[in-house]
Design a protein. Structure first.
Length: 165
């Protein structure tokens, strides 16, 4: 029975992109754990807590992405060797400064957002509203987190663009 009301023959491209996003999230999760464990300096308390918040959220999203793949009746990839091959997010050094860590996370966010856009576009081609809804919420949240990290990274003297009336 096709309870999804989606042409099952057209699902594979969406599932492949979801598996890539799953790999990206696993690598992002590990990057966050690395930074959480290895942060030093004056920003330790703020960033240690923020990294933990981010990896807790990433862990939930990993499970939700895998469950979406299962809902579409495919197996999610589940081996680190596959994640390393599929992901565009690479491992990080453990000896980075706080600013370098934040910059690496902003780069990872950019890569995640690109992959999420690919997933949404593939899902849109087959009217897969469940995937679009799931990933659309992720995009909004990740954009907000990126804004916050970018604001943290800015100099106090910098200002945002003014809006015109």
């Amino acid at each position: 029975m096709n309870y999804l009301n989606i042409d099952e023959k057209k699902l594979l491209p969406t599932v492949k992109e979801l598996n890539t996003l799953l790999a990206d999230y696993h690598m992002y999760y590990q990057k966050l754990r690395n930074f959480h464990w290895n942060i030093l300096g004056h920003n330790f308390f703020d960033l240690h807590e923020k990294f933990e918040e981010f990896y807790g959220d990433a862990r939930i999203k990993i499970d939700e992405i895998a469950e979406r793949i299962l809902t579409l009746r495919y197996h999610p990839i589940s081996n680190y060797s596959e994640y390393l091959k599929a992901s565009s997010i690479k491992e990080s050094d453990t000896n980075l400064s706080d600013v370098e860590m934040v910059n690496e996370l902003l780069e990872a966010h950019s890569l995640l957002l690109k992959q999420m856009t690919v997933v949404v576009n593939k899902a849109d081609e087959i009217n897969d509203e469940g995937t679009i809804d799931l990933i659309g919420a992720y995009i909004r949240e990740l954009e907000k987190n990126s804004w916050m990290l970018d604001a943290w990274n800015r100099k106090n003297s910098e200002r945002l663009k003014a809006t015109s009336a």
